[in-house]
Design a protein around this ligand. Structure first.
Ligand SMILES: [Zn+2]
Length: 623
């Protein structure tokens, strides 16, 4: 961090009112991995050695620990395989169609894997503080029983050796991706499971997604010297491997080069390797080096990657300014996998895209560097906070830096609202508090996590005010960076920042499928009659245009908020008189707004941020 930045931060801290939204007694576990990996590029197998220092800060003794063995999901009969066979709308990447286009008959791709194409992580030995201990592999979870417990406040050491086979590329990780990347190495090492105040998070690898303790990684990879690696963390020996510096003196032994990486304070480490990879890089104004590692499959693809690199540096500066500074000094965008997935200081994305698609996916995955990596959100539990806030940042940045819509909508994520409305009316919606893997359909999961989660953020701005929303994001960063916050922690920061009570909003929007529906019922010479047609009450902005051409903005606070939203600086409100009315409350469906002049037009929510699923009756126009 440079001096100027520290000063800005100091100013920010001084300027923010003294808010105390940090949880007293918060603790988290810490990990420190040193790994040595020897890759056989012909068999797609590797041998792994790990030394893991594990710090227990939980306030209790631990008699067992658990690791994830994600590669084991890619075996016939696994939970992931069975889920693919039974879910009504499986991920198209993970199934093959043995029927016709018109009458598809989808079969799990995992079911068809032969032994040489399955994935596995076979644990050979586990040592605990130097002594062998017993362990049990059960699906994608490794359970290690300890002869003596890990005492609170101590750091212990595990030594693991294992053999792994990289599966056929089906989901996220794998060999020989559709685009031709040889190794997409994600979820590839035995990963210590998360233990926190809610207990152990022992989610089998079914589809989604991840959570782990923060810590340091020191990773050494031995692979055929013709391969180029893109990875999490910072490469320690660029002069001795292919791809990173001109005239590198590649050091090799038995035809293999050694790649050495270090990363600090991240919670997932990923890499990819291919002999055809090329590398480029650029620096952000905030001094973060952005690497791109991709297959230059044709001229257009290469051009797109170079353009995207420039936009990515702008992206990190933009997001850093609005959501908090990026704390690591590298970020690597690697071609690999089957779509896009976020990892610590890196992402794997498919790369043979047009420019729009490439920029979109990079902005999305890079935004996860905040919502999931800087804030270690538990994606298995609070999927909407991770994907929703990420999609929100992605959209803001996309419109600001890349494609600015001609007529800028007041609500930057209007399309996201429409996708949520469609789901809400489909009968398939489930509460967003549901565990990520358990949704009945992929449709409901993705629309809720990505769209409804984004709506939660923008609509929060409607409730507490746009400026308070912006402050909330920055205050949240000050309190929760590099920790594992929950939705309630975000709510508390929003409450402290705005001075409003928000229990009702977070509860109803996250834990239920209730929808919002207001209407202008009637307009008379004396009043505008409003109705809450739903069982979800909200504060109301009502813009009125009188016959004489003058305008007035009525603001009706919701009683539960115990506060008023400050005036907002939208263009359409400039020069408009703002009148704060007495509060409304959820037990009362009707509200009467007194008027003294003849009304020509009236709109509920003129900024279009209220998620009213039937907005057709929100406006009035005199005949
Ligand atoms: Zn995402």
């Amino acid at each position: 961090m440079n001096l100027k930045k520290s000063f800005t931060l100091l100013l920010l801290v001084l300027c923010s009112v003294s808010i105390f939204a940090q949880r007293k007694g918060y603790w988290d576990q810490k990990v420190d991995y040193t790994m040595d990996i020897d890759v056989n590029e012909k068999t797609f197998q590797y041998d792994g050695k790990m030394k893991l220092k594990y710090s227990n800060n939980s306030g209790q003794e631990l008699n067992k620990v658990y690791f994830h063995l994600y590669f084991n999901a890619f075996q016939p009969g696994s939970m992931m395989d069975e889920r693919l066979k039974s879910i009504s709308d499986p991920d198209p990447r993970m199934v093959r169609n043995i029927g016709t286009k018109e009458n598809p008959e989808r079969k799990s791709r995992i079911e068809a894997l032969t032994p040489d194409l399955i994935g596995f992580q076979k644990i050979k030995t586990v040592k605990y503080n130097g002594s062998d201990v017993s362990f049990k592999e059960d699906g994608t979870i490794l359970e290690v029983t300890l002869p003596n417990p890990i005492k609170d406040g101590t750091t212990v050491e595990f030594d693991l050796t294992w053999q792994a086979q990289v599966p056929e590329q089906i989901r996220r990780s794998g060999r020989n991706s559709k685009e031709g990347v040889a190794f997409s190495m994600t979820q590839w090492y035995p990963k210590m499971a998360q233990f926190d105040e809610f207990g152990w998070h022992l989610d089998e690898y079914v589809a989604r997604e991840f959570i782990a303790p923060f810590g340091n990684f020191d990773v050494t990879i031995h692979i055929n010297k013709d391969y180029v690696i893109g990875s999490s963390g910072k490469l320690q020996n660029p002069a001795h491997v292919k791809g990173y510096v001109e005239n590198a003196k590649i050091k090799s032994k038995n035809n293999k080069a050694t790649w050495h990486y270090k990363a600090e304070n991240i919670h997932d480490f990923a890499w990819a390797a291919d002999p055809k990879f090329v590398v480029d890089s650029a620096k952000t104004k905030g001094n973060v080096t952005i690497y791109i590692v991709y297959l230059p499959s044709d001229k257009e693809v290469s051009e797109n990657w170079k353009t995207a690199l420039g936009l990515s540096t702008d992206f990190f500066d933009f997001v850093g300014q609005h959501f908090g500074a990026y704390p690591w000094n590298t970020y690597t965008i690697i071609q690999g996998g089957d779509g896009g997935m976020e990892y610590g200081t890196a992402t794997l994305i498919t790369g043979g895209r047009n420019l729009k698609g490439l920029v979109g996916v990079i902005f999305h995955e890079a935004a996860h560097s905040w919502y999931q990596h800087l804030f270690g959100i538990n994606e298995t539990v609070d999927e909407w906070m991770d994907e929703g806030f990420t999609s929100y940042i992605e959209e803001l940045a996309y419109q600001e830096l890349f494609e600015r819509p001609k007529a800028r909508a007041l609500n930057p994520i209007g399309a996201t609202y429409l996708s949520y409305y469609k789901l809400a009316k489909s009968g398939k919606e489930e509460p967003m508090s549901l565990l990520a893997d358990y949704y009945n359909t992929n449709y409901a999961y993705s629309t809720e996590a990505y769209s409804k989660g984004g709506v939660l953020a923008e609509q929060l701005g409607y409730i507490i005010g746009k400026q308070n929303l912006n402050k909330t994001f920055l205050n949240f960063y000050d309190f929760w960076k590099l920790k594992h916050p929950t939705p309630n922690d975000f709510k508390r920061v929003a409450e402290e920042t705005s001075g409003m009570n928000l229990k009702w909003y977070f509860n109803l929007f996250i834990n239920t499928t209730r929808t919002i529906d207001y209407a202008i019922e009637n307009v008379t010479a004396q009043s505008i009659e409003l109705k809450n047609k739903s069982n979800f009450a909200m504060p109301i902005d009502l813009l009125v245009e009188y016959e004489d051409g003058s305008r007035e903005l009525f603001y009706i606070p919701l009683r539960e908020m115990r506060g008023d939203k400050p005036a907002e600086n939208y263009e359409i409100y400039s020069g408009v008189k703002r009148t704060i009315l007495t509060d409304w409350f959820w037990t009362k469906p009707n509200y009467s707004v007194p008027v003294s002049k003849k009304v020509k037009k009236a709109w509920i929510d003129p900024t279009e941020r209220l998620a009213d699923i039937n907005y057709e009756d929100n406006a009035y126009s005199a005949q």
